[in-house]
Design a protein around this ligand. Structure first.
Ligand code: PLP
Length: 308
């Protein structure tokens, strides 16, 4: 509806969140030992899921344009990416990189999972076309979620898969949970048909944009000495990168802040390799605009105490 995904109603498979979508896709596509490429830093639940199904998961670095296609392992069967809003760094994959990724998948007979988990909250002008709509040869499996737009406890997401994958997804579903929750799906369909989701998004998009801008400004004023905020064009979190030469015990700072009720994640928690960027991911989905400055004051105190 918001993302220019090319599909009709019959092309959409409703799942129990994005996580079940990843599970069904992986079951349909990979055998134990198959190579799956994931962004690094990236979304740990996806990486762990592929590992739990026996995949050989290979982390691939991300730069300012998105996943570095030149670093993809040639044998990868599946590539997992977050092009609209890289998790956790927040960058948007460039059009050039999108085209390069699709071409790579065609050359290497691989599929790509496009995890579009939060782009309904896009604050910039027109978003770039999703990989799914650029794909002409059935390489892209598009995954959406209602966890950010509505609530994670709903466990509602969806997949738009290339024709060739649909039987495999149906078979995977049959051996896992047979079907989703029809009552919940019907309720959500009615909510969407009545225009309530669109209304809800218009309202919340404005609110989240204000929180995003307030948080970026608060990071600059309270943490700017140590961190550079990476403003995001979408979503419900930003990343703040440690400035070159700054030495902090970030895990210790994050633990101390959590004890005072301020929950942040380190980028290291989301990296599969030790060479990933150092910094923090700061969410603003659950914090009111008024509480952001106070939260950042607490965090700044914990960061100061963790200096090496
Ligand atoms: C990168 C990423 N993908 C997907 C999701 C949503 O997952 P699910 O729909 O399984 O709740 C999230 C939510 O936090 C996320 O951060």
């Amino acid at each position: 509806m918001f993302r220019a995904v090319r599909c009709g109603p019959d092309d959409v498979i409703v799942t129990r969140g994005a996580q079940q979508a990843f599970d069904l896709i992986a079951r349909a596509v990979i055998e134990p030992g198959a190579v799956v490429a994931v962004e690094d830093p990236g979304y740990p639940p996806a990486r762990r899921l592929f590992e739990s199904l026996g995949a050989d998961v290979v982390p691939v670095p991300v730069d300012a344009e998105g996943v570095v296609v030149a670093s993809l392992p040639p044998g990868a069967r599946l590539v997992y990416v977050t092009p609209s809003h890289q998790f956790p760094l927040g960058t948007t994959m460039s059009l050039r990189r999108r085209l390069e990724l699709i071409a790579w998948c065609e050359r290497h007979d691989a599929l790509v999972i496009e995890d579009d988990y939060d782009s309904e909250f896009r604050f910039t002008e027109r978003p770039l076309d999703p990989l799914q709509s650029l794909d002409r040869t059935g390489r892209v499996v598009y995954v959406g979620s209602f966890s950010k737009t509505m609530h994670p406890a709903l466990r509602l997401g969806f997949v738009v898969a290339p024709e060739a994958l649909r039987d495999g997804l149906a078979a995977a579903r049959l051996v896992t949970d047979w079907h989703g929750d029809p009552v919940l799906e019907e309720a959500m369909a009615t909510f969407i048909e009545r225009g309530e989701l669109a209304r809800h998004l218009r309202r919340t998009r404005r609110r989240y944009r204000q929180r995003h801008d307030t948080l970026v400004a608060a990071v600059e004023s309270h943490l700017g000495e140590w961190f550079e905020p990476l403003p995001a064009g979408a979503g419900l979190h930003i990343a703040a990168r440690l400035r070159p030469g700054v030495e902090l015990r970030l895990e210790e700072a994050a633990r101390a802040a959590a004890r005072e009720g301020v929950a942040v994640n380190t980028l290291a928690e989301m990296s599969a390799s030790a060479s990933g960027p150092a910094g923090l991911a700061l969410g603003y989905g659950l914090v009111s605009e008024e509480d952001i400055a106070e939260g950042l004051r607490v965090l700044a105190r914990c960061v100061r105490a963790s200096r090496q």
